[in-house]
Design a protein around this ligand. Structure first.
Ligand SMILES: [Zn+2]
Length: 179
């Protein structure tokens, strides 16, 4: 971008500047080092370098997550690994599509508070995945909470994905579809 005319005013020329840039969000601030901009000597506008924009974008999203108390990209990835699901499979359950989920995990996009809550619930109570996936009616599962707890420990990853394990599940499905 050396000796390039300023696209804002069209008269000044741009000069590369590298320095720390401070950003604020909800009263908290973060400093990003080696922030590259091209400043116009005439109008004073500064254009942010593309690479800097990409890198700082991720840093700022992570900062926003931290300030807002949202799960980090790594935590989301870890939750999905713990559930034993692919991005497609988890996206089917939480909604929003596999692309969105991939962006949460790469740190490109910040998840909503609702999405964050849902992921935390799945993390804390992974056996609830069964209720969601099989769409079991509540009347069939009432009174089986204790069984459910036990069921959670018996359940292997593969079995959960295939959607069949204990007698409990089979019985429920027969009750739901058989009659
Ligand atoms: Zn200018």
């Amino acid at each position: 971008m050396k000796d390039q005319k300023c696209p804002i005013c069209g008269t000044g020329s741009l000069r590369k500047e590298i320095g720390a840039e401070t950003f604020e969000y909800k009263g908290k601030s973060i400093s990003i080092p080696n922030y590259v901009t091209y400043a116009c000597d005439a109008c004073g506008e500064a254009i942010v370098d593309n690479n800097t924009m990409k890198k700082s974008g991720k840093i700022l999203k992570a900062f926003k997550r931290e300030v807002d108390g949202l799960l980090t990209a790594e935590q989301i990835k870890a939750i999905r690994a713990k559930l034993g699901l692919t991005q497609n499979e988890l996206a089917e359950i939480v909604g929003g599509g596999a692309k969105s989920l991939a962006r949460y995990e790469s740190g490109q996009v910040c998840q909503s508070r609702g999405m964050d809550n849902l992921l935390r619930i799945l993390d804390a109570y992974p056996h609830t995945l069964n209720v969601i996936q099989k769409k079991e009616s509540s009347s069939k599962t009432t009174g089986n909470i204790a069984y459910f707890e036990e069921y959670k420990y018996k359940m292997g990853k593969e079995d959960r994905l295939k959607g069949k394990t204990s007698a409990f599940t089979v019985d429920t499905q027969e009750a739901a579809y058989g009659s």
